[in-house]
Ligand binder design. Structure first.
Ligand SMILES: [Zn+2]
Length: 218
């Protein structure tokens, strides 16, 4: 038997020797713990290491998979990258509007022209602000034990998937998203049908998938 204490609530947990290196849910608080190596199993240097006993996350330079839960990464959606063309067009529209507003008094044209230029500036600026708010509206937090999706700015809601329960991670990118390096990350877990967590407009989604994979028993 292997005995160890829960990372979170310190309750003593006891499991069979063959569960060494696997993850185990604490019955006291539900926290996921890594079962340490059994004292009874002799460690031989040249013996092939069981993949379950290797801490791939630590080897890749991320917070260790063994040990208490810590945040690995918090990513927000992109502001510019996820809508590069529209964003550029809006910036051009604002500039044209501003130049127009300077041109009207200089050239002594009718102020009715301002009816055209003012909405260009205000509408464009409004769009940029709206996209900024949209960007803050969703984020992905990856910890050493779970991936959490936060939604909303004022009324926060979140859903999460424990890494050990992840069945599949999908990255989908449209052609344009491929060019700008953004995409959609979808995570489905063994507990439910369909995709459970989904956030679009994330920068470098393949890298996010690789990081989550480091904390999954593969
Ligand atoms: Zn516990």
């Amino acid at each position: 038997m292997i005995r160890f204490n829960c990372d979170k609530c310190d309750m003593e947990i006891e499991v069979e020797d063959d569960l060494t290196g696997t993850k185990h849910e604490c019955l006291g608080c539900g926290d996921i713990n890594r079962v340490p190596l059994a004292d009874s199993i002799p460690l031989v240097d040249d013996a092939p290491i069981n993949s379950k006993q290797r801490d791939r996350a630590a080897e890749a330079g991320f917070p260790p998979d063994f040990g208490p839960e810590t945040r690995v990464l918090l990513v927000r959606r992109c502001w510019f990258r996820s809508r590069a063309i529209r964003f550029s067009l809006v910036v051009v529209m604002i500039l044209v509007g501003l130049i127009g507003l300077i041109w009207v008094p200089i050239s002594d044209k009718s102020w009715l022209w301002a009816v055209l230029f003012v909405p260009m500036v205000l509408g464009g600026a409004g769009l940029l602000v709206w996209w900024w708010i949209d960007r803050l509206g969703a984020s992905i937090e990856i910890t050493t034990k779970r991936t959490i999706m936060h939604r909303g700015i004022f009324s926060k809601s979140s859903s999460e998937v424990v890494h050990d329960n992840i069945r599949n991670i999908q990255v989908t990118q449209t052609f344009l998203q491929r060019v700008t390096g953004v995409g959609k990350l979808g995570i489905s877990s063994s507990g439910q049908d369909g995709v459970e967590l989904q956030v679009n407009h994330l920068k470098d989604p393949d890298n996010l998938r690789k990081i989550i994979d480091l904390y999954r028993p593969l």
